[in-house]
Design a protein around this ligand. Structure first.
Ligand SMILES: [Zn+2]
Length: 170
């Protein structure tokens, strides 16, 4: 008896909240209207409750059941809100982590570019100095050889003139 009553009370508890679909005995429910004419109220009652009046079957006011449903929806809404807040928090953490990674990568790239620019500037300076030195050397060589050709030409002309004079005088 005690086990059956405890089992009944568990089933009763399962059916107690929200709009019930069926009685804990397994039968379907009917919707009735209370006999009070001033304030008629609807209620759910097990289909066999009328036949077996000695047994306890489901009885629930429709207003109460609807109020339960509203509370269930409200609780779900609060749960969803908390889930959304948790998700937003996670997304923000992820985004911040990505942002920091990008900032770090940009800094690395900037340093790499700066390093390359320094190397390039150094290489250009070295090449410029080398080219300048080579040009200077060529100009110097060219000037020297020109000078030397002029000198040789002058010397040849002098020899020619002397030879001519010598030949004329003889
Ligand atoms: Zn029942």
């Amino acid at each position: 008896m005690s086990s059956s009553s405890s089992s009944t009370s568990v089933k009763e508890a399962e059916n107690r909240y929200g709009v019930p679909n069926r009685c804990w005995c397994g039968k379907g429910l009917d919707t009735w209207v209370s006999e009070t004419k001033e304030n008629p109220t609807r209620f759910y009652r097990c289909k066999i409750a009328l036949q077996n009046k000695s047994e306890t079957h489901l009885f629930k006011w429709v207003d109460e059941a609807l109020l339960d449903e509203i509370r269930i929806v409200d609780a779900k809404r609060v749960d969803l809100l908390h889930e959304l807040q948790a998700l937003t928090g996670k997304v923000n953490v992820e985004l911040e982590s990505h942002r920091l990674w990008l900032v770090g990568r940009a800094e690395e790239m900037r340093n790499e570019i700066n390093e390359n620019m320094v190397q390039l500037t150094k290489a250009i300076d070295e090449s410029t100095s080398l080219m300048k030195a080579q040009i200077d050397a060529k100009v110097k060589t060219h000037t020297n050889s020109k000078w030397s050709i002029n000198q040789t030409a002058a010397a040849m002309a002098m020899i020619g003139a002397i030879t001519y004079l010598y030949w004329k005088l003889l």
